[in-house]
Design a protein around this ligand. Structure first.
Ligand code: GLU
Length: 492
């Protein structure tokens, strides 16, 4: 492993879904690796048996591959430093814990949960700033330890935090952060079930996997001094640390499920594009230095640097995500949109309609500026998929005039004479009717739109008519002529 090649990792605990904060961590690691010719590793931190969730790992990997953050090493991929599941590395952690015990940097602790509870309560009563283990078991004699082991007394392994200087982190994002050594507890390294704690497994793996930069959320900053003490105890070189700012709700509280979705899967299910999600999470704590906010993954790789990650909490603004979704949708390849639209249609009540690619492409083009999500092609313009069954009364009231019936009849007459009218033909004949009737084109445009779509807004009217086609337009107008005058009479 060359020292020149940065190696970074995303190390999620499979809790059942990928949190948007996790996506940001994964993305920043990915961008950093790609920007610097490094390797991006996925490691599954699955040693907490109490939090085991069936299918969580598969779900996580599926979501990561959906957004397209391909990892170089990790589950189901090559790599020389696996396995990449911590649950398959238990022997390794045990070996290193034994080494620390041997060195006097860790010790076995046989204290019962009751003793620890009493100790905590006493310390709380004495108003000690921080509850800490009192190192009772550090002073057990070898005989006592042997006896306990023979009796198979449950025990854990703790780090022996010695007195010394404050622990200093030189964080790429946060700068120098200093922790008083006194407050650092003799943390647990191995639990009674023989599984390592997060701290132990994380440090051992980061070292053995050659991780050069640890890029993770700020919530892990307070664990870092413990990690540094572990690195020191092993005599290992420290990686560089970068702690990413917290994600906040718009009211500046910590981003929580209560105020909206936090699972990437939820956004995927709602029809957000992966490009928009990645762009959005990239901006949660990073900026390119100019005012640009629209980025493709390639743009981000080109521009990303940890130095441009800021400390201040990043506000999760859903409006921006929606805006980015629209922007990315507009720039997307039309054939890809076509594929997605077909998927949406297959889920909708229009699933049995036989619609040509050509027809759908015309809709895609005409509506492009009017939708932010693919499903809005259906929601915002159902009239492309079925005849109107209702007519918007406010539009009827405002746009349907005494001469509307006559004007539309004339338009139908003109259209009937045309063969395969182009968009321009629809326009020219409408204008002719207006001219002959000596009225403005608007006098026909609005009722025509209402008659053919049931509503007052939509794409350009000639696009609408051309897409529907002459026969359908005529049928719809004739149908509307039977219904709208009655509606008008009622609401007058
Ligand atoms: N397993 C931790 C998590 O779930 C990893 C934290 C770290 O990156 O060190 O986020």
């Amino acid at each position: 492993m060359s020292n020149d090649t940065p190696r970074v990792r995303f190390a999620p605990s499979p809790t059942g879904y990928l949190h948007v904060g996790g996506l940001r961590t994964a993305l920043y690691n990915y961008l950093f690796a790609k920007r610097n010719g490094g390797k991006f590793i996925l490691r599954i931190e699955d040693t907490d048996r109490n939090r085991f969730v069936e299918g969580a790992v598969e779900n996580l990997i599926d979501t990561i591959s959906w957004v397209g953050l391909d990892y170089d090493e990790g589950p189901h991929k090559d790599g020389n430093v696996g396995p990449y599941f911590q649950s398959e590395r238990l022997d390794i952690y045990k070996k290193y814990a034994d080494q620390l015990i041997e060195q006097g940097d860790a010790y076995r602790c046989f204290c019962t949960p009751e003793r620890l509870k009493t100790l905590r309560e006493e310390q709380q009563k004495a108003k000690l700033p921080q509850a800490k283990y009192d190192k009772h078991c550090l002073y057990l004699s070898n005989e006592e330890i042997e006896k306990n082991l023979e009796e198979e007394k449950p025990h854990i392994v703790r780090l022996n935090v010695k007195t010394g200087d404050n622990v200093v982190i030189d964080d790429i994002v946060r700068g120098r952060v200093e922790f008083t050594r006194d407050v650092i507890d003799d943390q647990v390294l191995i639990k009674t079930d023989g599984f390592p704690t997060y701290h132990m497994a994380n440090v051992v793996d980061d070292h053995l996997m050659g991780i050069t930069h640890v890029i993770r959320g700020e919530e892990w900053l307070s664990s870092t001094p413990k990690h540094i003490l572990l690195y020191n105890a092993f005599g290992w070189e420290l990686p560089k640390f970068a702690h990413l700012p917290l994600l906040l709700n718009t009211d500046r509280s910590k981003l929580s499920k209560r105020q909206g979705d936090v699972a990437v899967e939820d956004y995927r299910a709602k029809g957000y594009l992966k490009e928009a999600l990645l762009n959005f999470v990239a901006l949660l704590g990073w900026s390119a230095g100019d005012n640009d906010e629209y980025f493709t993954l390639d743009d981000m790789i080109e521009k990303f640097s940890l130095e441009r990650v800021h400390k201040a909490g990043a506000i999760f603004n859903i409006d921006k995500l929606n805006w980015l979704n629209a922007e990315h949708l507009r720039k997307k390849d039309k054939t890809e949109i076509l594929k997605m639209l077909r998927e949406e249609l297959a889920k909708s009540k229009y699933k049995d309609l036989e619609l040509s690619d050509e027809y759908l492409m015309l809709i895609i083009e005409a509506m492009l500026e009017r939708v932010s999500f693919v499903k809005e092609y259906i929601e915002n313009s159902p009239y492309f998929f079925e005849r109107p069954t209702t007519y918007d009364e406010t539009v009827v009231k405002k746009r349907w005039k005494d001469d509307s019936v006559e004007l539309l009849q004339k338009y139908v007459e003109k259209l009937s004479m045309l063969e395969n009218p182009t968009k321009e033909d629809f326009e020219t004949s409408l204008k002719q009717v207006a001219e002959e009737a000596e009225c403005g084109a608007g006098r026909i445009i609005h009722p025509v739109r209402l008659a053919t779509s049931g509503v007052g807004i939509g794409p350009g009217v000639y696009d609408l008519l051309f897409i529907l086609g002459k026969d359908e337009v005529i049928t719809r107008i004739n149908e509307a002529l039977k219904v709208i005058p009655d509606i008008k009479a009622k609401i007058k």
